[in-house]
Unconditional design. Structure first.
Length: 530
């Protein structure tokens, strides 16, 4: 249980400090690092000068009786453990075609992390980035090429990616699970995994040349939602000094499930798989459980207001200013959604657009149409795309930005990413019309060249240099600004809006006037036809 994990924290931290003198080798021989649980042997890349450690266990395998338990302390080992390949990715179905993994298959035994470091010794105290992957809490892995940490590490940042439990394994809620928990909490095991990884960083990252007092957490989509969640949770908010959120937050229309609803969904799933007890559920084959989540009428397993990780709703926590008071870099993309999805692939006529808006918002449709007008086909396409992106994820992201700006007592840097991906190399598709959801990841993390699907241009590499420069500066200082980059002011009111940085072919500061759209969504959401 998490309490057992936390009871070991002081011991783990003390051991880690005692072992901090262990240096990370930067020669061509395998580098080593000594963590609280034992000694690791990694890989030295003589081409980049980096040391890489893959597949480091940060918690015990959550299998057997530990299925649907908070992460437990990892067992210590003797000798030298090889950390030269990625661990398995957490249980997931292949639902996203753009995910390219380097991990060793799929398994419940998946609580591993990876470290890229430029450090030559354990006394360097470099800034640290811990990055959470996206995938709707249903898929993803720290081994994906687009999350590779080498590019940021070459900029002097110790970069960490982690794996965390997903889907039914990460977010099942049942009264029986609450009854056996000392905290009377159920669900959110994936978020607790992230929390455990952050504690591992505090105890061990110095052995890799990282500074545990200079930790930035970042992520995209569900990873960004995770960042907002860790900032809100009293368990984690003291474990990081900065945060980066790329498209997503556990606020607005993406807020966690109420406990009663989540319990009902869990009990419905238990009946579906014909289990009559928690013991039977834990004894079932993992693939059987995973396959059952793919049935069309099974709702996705997501975060829950559990009374422990989230003592109350994130909305209430941020509203009261009880979240982490740390600098935040946050934003979304120019084409997070597209009008055909909103119109159910019907012709983009004003009549079809109005019908879709009336179906979506009922009595609030007229107000929505004033904010997202659709009097012509061209206007329907523009407004429909804007609405689809807002409704999907940009509204929740804005809500996070606005609430952190209001109550967070630290600077907020708000962006709007516009660089569309170019044509595909195989000629099967032309350039995207705008910056699609997840399209900024390779730009921000400096990994364009790892994605061989697109024919990246010199302009793309220029935008990537700007974007990664902003991210790297923020990770190091809490401020994205630096030499050679267009000035990016923190969020502040101006001309009836808020300052926002457009990042793309023409990177510049603008005044964002879209608050009325999001304020409408906040008001209308309870009555919307979700």
């Amino acid at each position: 249980m998490l309490t057992a994990f936390m009871r070991t924290r002081c011991v783990v931290s003390a051991i880690a400090i005692a072992l901090a003198a262990t240096a990370v080798s930067a020669s061509d021989s395998p580098p080593t690092a000594t963590t609280a649980a034992g000694k690791l042997s990694g890989i030295h890349d003589s081409k980049t000068g980096l040391n890489e450690f893959m597949g480091i266990p940060y918690a015990a395998p959550p299998i057997g009786p530990l299925r649907w338990k908070p992460p437990q302390p990892v067992a210590a080992w003797t000798g030298v453990r090889q950390a030269d390949h990625f661990g398995p990715r957490c249980m997931q179905r292949p639902i996203y075609s753009d995910m390219m993994f380097r991990s060793n298959g799929v398994s419940e035994d998946c609580l591993y992390l990876n470290v890229w470091t430029p450090a030559h010794g354990s006394n360097e105290k470099l800034p640290v980035l811990v990055y959470f992957y996206g995938g709707g809490f249903q898929a993803g892995d720290g081994s994906e090429f687009r999350y590779d940490g080498a590019s940021l590490a070459q900029r002097g940042i110790v970069t960490v990616t982690i794996s965390y439990r997903l889907n039914v394994f990460g977010f099942l809620v049942l009264p029986e699970l609450a009854a056996e928990s000392p905290e009377h909490a159920t669900g959110n095991y994936g978020l607790l995994d992230q929390h455990a990884a952050l504690r591992w960083v505090q105890a061990n990252i110095a052995a890799f040349g990282g500074d545990p007092n200079q930790v930035t957490i970042g992520g995209e989509s569900a990873g960004s939602m995770s960042v907002s969640a860790q900032m809100a949770s009293p368990l984690s908010k003291g474990l990081m000094q900065r945060a980066i959120g790329e498209s997503g937050a556990v606020l607005g229309n993406l807020k966690p499930r109420p406990l009663a609803l989540a319990e009902q969904q869990g009990q419905d799933f238990e009946k579906r798989v014909r289990a009559h007890s928690l013991a039977q559920l834990r004894a079932m084959d993992a693939n059987t459980l995973l396959d059952a989540t793919g049935d069309k009428d099974v709702q996705e397993f997501m975060p829950t207001i559990d009374g422990y990780f989230f003592p109350r709703s994130p909305e209430a926590i941020y509203q009261a200013g009880e979240q982490a008071h740390i600098p935040l870099l946050v934003g979304s993309n120019s084409q997070e959604g597209d009008y055909p999805n909103f119109l159910d692939n019907k012709t983009p006529t004003p009549a079809n657009y109005r019908a879709a808006m009336e179906k979506r918002y009922g009595k609030h449709a007229d107000e929505a149409l004033k904010l997202y007008p659709g009097h012509t086909e061209a206007e329907v396409k523009t407004s429909g795309t804007a609405f689809a992106g807002d409704d999907f994820i940009a509204f929740a992201t804005w809500r996070w930005m606005a609430m952190q700006h209001k109550t967070g007592q630290a600077p907020v840097y708000y962006y709007y990413f516009t660089q569309a991906r170019p044509a595909k190399r195989d000629g099967s598709a032309g350039p995207d019309a705008g910056a699609v959801h997840s399209g900024e990841i390779e730009f921000a993390l400096g990994n364009l060249d790892s994605n061989h699907v697109f024919a990246w241009t010199a302009a793309d590499h220029h935008v990537s240099a700007i974007t990664q420069g902003y991210w790297a500066n923020f990770i190091k200082t809490g401020n994205p600004n630096g030499a050679g980059l267009p000035d990016w002011p923190a969020v502040a009111g101006k001309d009836g809006g808020l300052l926002r940085q457009v990042i793309g072919a023409d990177t510049r500061t603008t005044v964002d006037h879209n608050a009325a759209r999001y304020q409408f969504m906040q008001r209308a959401e309870p009555d919307a036809h979700l």
